[in-house]
Design a protein around this ligand. Structure first.
Ligand code: FES
Length: 233
């Protein structure tokens, strides 16, 4: 049986690690896919490998972000692909743990891939009722994960934002966090905007992110650091 190994980068932040991921994958005889934002996507890479004749594919999750979803998410997406892939999909399996660094991944690679757990298309898939409706929410924060904002520290700012929301027990019913591509005012990176208030913030470091939560998202009053806007002609 031909087995292929696939390293799956799990968080929106991980597409910034593309070159390191490629080096590690090459050293381990694997390929790389991205669960979010980056390409190739997991589905695209699974389809490519299946069409190339892979009979078994072992998925190994890795991230450097504290905001990454867990391995259960990888299994859900893989499970959905398996169900939808036609008559004879390759066998899929996932390593049981999420690796937090590429060094750790390399050290524990053999053990992790040997103990991978099969995915058989019998999991809950992607049909959860919780995902039928648009969530109720007061605010939506659009976090720019474009190239300039990512380079300027969007990941740390986003972590601070999420931790502060959790500290105040604000969930998706209060504030939805949505990662985006470039929002355009790149010179003010990292950029976040708060909707539906249409308030834009620039130079959002972790302290500013916490202030956005403490002031704008809790009391409805925008803070400093707002970006001025071009007047309409
Ligand atoms: S990359 Fe964030 S505004 Fe352009």
């Amino acid at each position: 049986m031909t087995t292929h190994h696939l390293i799956v980068a799990m968080s929106p932040a991980d597409h910034g690690l593309r070159s390191q991921l490629s080096r590690t994958a090459s050293a381990l005889g694997a390929s790389v896919a991205f669960l979010q934002l980056g390409s190739p996507t997991l589905g695209t890479e699974l389809t490519r490998l299946a069409e190339a004749g892979a009979e078994r594919i072992v998925l190994v999750a890795v991230t450097t972000s504290r905001l990454s979803p867990g391995v259960s998410w990888l299994r859900r997406i893989a499970d959905a692909w398996w169900r939808e892939h036609g008559d004879r999909p390759p066998q899929l399996a996932t390593a049981q743990r999420l690796f937090r660094s590429l060094d750790e991944l390399e050290v524990l690679w053999t053990e992790a891939t040997q103990r991978a757990t099969p995915v058989r298309g019998t999991g809950p898939g992607l049909q959860s009722e919780a995902w039928e409706q648009v969530p109720r929410h007061r605010h939506q924060v659009l976090v720019c994960r474009g190239p300039r904002c990512t380079a300027a520290g969007a990941e740390r700012s986003t972590e601070a934002l999420v931790m502060e929301l959790m500290r105040h027990e604000l969930g998706d019913d209060d504030v939805l966090i949505t990662h985006t591509g470039c929002q355009f005012p790149c010179n003010h990176a990292p950029v976040m905007s708060v909707q539906p208030d249409d308030v834009w913030y620039g130079k959002v470091d972790p302290d500013t992110a916490r202030e956005i939560v403490d002031t704008h998202l809790r009391t409805g009053v925008p803070t400093g650091n707002q970006l001025s806007r071009t007047r309409a002609r």
